[in-house]
Design a binder for this molecule. Sequence first.
Ligand SMILES: [Zn+2]
Ligand SMILES: [Zn+2]
Length: 111
Amino acid sequence: MEGLTESEIAGFAVGALLLGASIAAQSVDGFIATSQRRSLNMCKRCGDLRMVACSTCKGVGSVRKGGTFTFAMLEDLYETLGAETNAADLVACSKCRSKGRLLCPECSKVR
Ligand SMILES: [Zn+2]
Ligand SMILES: [Zn+2]
């Protein structure tokens, strides 16, 4: 640590401490949320809703033909521009049967 003043070293130490504390706080948060749900006998995946949003259609229930990768982005763009979404380009999501939600895999397997 040559060339560093004591206050600089102290600054590094405080910075590292704060960084470590904020990382620890985040993981503690996640841990508490999960363990709270578990102690309340709630599902840690869906919080006892027994439903999770469909990952294929993002809960919308329909997907754009030719792939879902840019679907949400395009949808936002269309809404921003105020243009009508071409319904002919949308097909019902086959994963959730256009409901936008799926039975929670955690709940349906345990109970
Ligand atoms: Zn879906
Ligand atoms: Zn669940």
